[in-house]
Write a protein that binds this ligand. Structure first.
Ligand SMILES: Nc1nc2c(ncn2[C@@H]2O[C@H](COP(=O)(O)OP(=O)(O)OP(=O)(O)O)[C@@H](O)[C@H]2O)c(=O)[nH]1
Ligand SMILES: [Mg+2]
Length: 371
């Protein structure tokens, strides 16, 4: 007899003719069943009686990403090092209250200079303090902060100008800058924001020096859902830019973003090539480029000033994009650039994600520099 059918029959209480071997088997099976039942009951009792010391099972939590953090907080986080370098150092000059005298103004100037605000802008800010606060009166750090914010705000306010966009046809934005400042990723971030606004965006790969640069833009285009106009590596960047404009007109695009190769502002040949790109873009669309933005890497500090000067001479710049403000203490350069060139800052970047690049707001920036 099969063991299973034998047990079934046993459970059904049938009269079975059992030999001694079968009796032993029954006893073993019964013993195993009773032991398991006992063990199970013991464990069940123990678990319910004593509080568990093991880690609670991880509950699914809603994942907080940087996208969920409000921009005002992201900006403050991104400017942490700059804030500590600028207002943190200035605050240390004040133990309680201080008399506003030449000595204090000099110390404030030095601290501003060290925070990459530059001599010219440090002069301006200190002058404002001297003019707007009564000499030889007791002043707190709070009083000084308010006056500095006021003047920084007025520097930024003077640069504000609307982004030029055509009444009809595509808006062409040319992106330029030295190597590795974040041009291509800035294009991707802006393109992603435009497509979210239901704009039809075309990207143009006018950085033809490296195959990887073209591929990088193509990958972004695919992710964002934007067509990329590209030629073979090594081809003339001006002719790609020309085709980009033609394609943008033909496809009825809202925006064409043109990526260019990183070039050192002191390399004449490369800068001349940029001039050609700029010229060719206007052939089929006389007002284009409608905007020409120089991307500057905040970590380069005052060197950005030289870059702005050099690029502006060749391609009339209509705005700046300042990237990599996160992780640098040199965010003071944004104030210096705005003051020196009266040039609007279009976007600022505080990280690598698409949402880490936002349109610039001078008053938010000024507030984020202070506690
Ligand atoms: N931390 C940080 N990294 C950034 C930011 N913007 C760009 N980057 C990073 O900077 C690096 C260079 O960016 P790209 O966009 O390739 O720079 P590029 O100017 O196009 O470089 P070239 O084409 O080689 O001249 C990438 O790793 C970006 O993710 C930013 O705001 N913060
Ligand atoms: Mg690039």
């Amino acid at each position: 007899m099969e063991t299973t059918s034998f047990i079934t029959e046993l459970l059904l209480n049938k009269n079975l003719p059992l030999d001694s071997d079968q009796n032993v088997a029954i006893m073993v099976i019964a013993w195993v069943i009773v032991s398991f039942a006992g063990l199970w009951a013991y464990l069940a009792l123990k678990t319910s009686a004593t509080p568990s010391t093991s880690k609670p099972e991880r509950q699914p939590t809603s994942k907080v990403t940087t996208e969920d953090i409000p921009w005002s907080i992201r900006l403050r986080q991104g400017l942490e090092k700059t804030r500590s370098n600028l207002s943190g150092s200035l605050a240390k000059l004040f133990q309680g209250t201080q008399q506003l005298d030449e000595g204090l103004l000099e110390k404030i100037h030095e601290t501003l200079y060290k925070a990459d605000v530059g001599t010219r802008t440090a002069d301006r800010l200190v002058k404002h303090l001297g003019k707007s606060l009564a000499a030889n009166t007791e002043l707190s750090w709070q009083d000084i902060q308010e006056k500095l914010k006021e003047e920084i705000n007025s520097i930024f306010a003077a640069t504000v100008s609307p982004i030029n966009s055509p009444s009809s046809g595509p808006q062409v934005i040319l992106i330029v800058g030295v190597n590795g400042v974040g041009k291509t990723t800035t294009i991707a971030k802006i393109a992603s924001q435009f497509t979210n606004e239901n704009k039809k965006v075309l990207l143009c790969a006018a950085d033809t020096y490296r195959a990887a640069a073209i591929d990088q833009l193509k990958v972004w285009g695919e992710r964002i859902g934007a067509e990329v106009i590209a030629h073979q590596p090594g081809s003339d960047p001006a002719s790609v830019a020309y085709d980009g404009v033609k394609a943008a007109i033909a496809r009825n695009a809202d925006v064409l973003l043109i990526d260019t190769a990183g070039r050192l502002h002191n390399k004449k040949e490369l800068m001349a090539e940029l001039e050609k790109i700029n010229r060719v873009i206007g052939k089929d669309l006389p007002e284009a480029p409608h905007e020409s933005w120089l991307v500057i890497d905040a970590t380069t500090g005052q060197n950005a000033i030289v870059q702005i000067q050099a690029f502006d001479e060749l391609v009339k710049l209509s705005g700046l994009v300042v990237t990599k403000l996160d992780g640098t203490a040199k965010g003071g350069v944004v104030i210096a650039a705005a003051d020196r060139f009266n040039m609007p800052i279009r976007y600022i970047g505080v990280g690598e994600k698409a949402t880490d690049l936002r349109p610039f707001d001078g008053s938010d920036y000024a507030n984020s520099l202070f506690d």
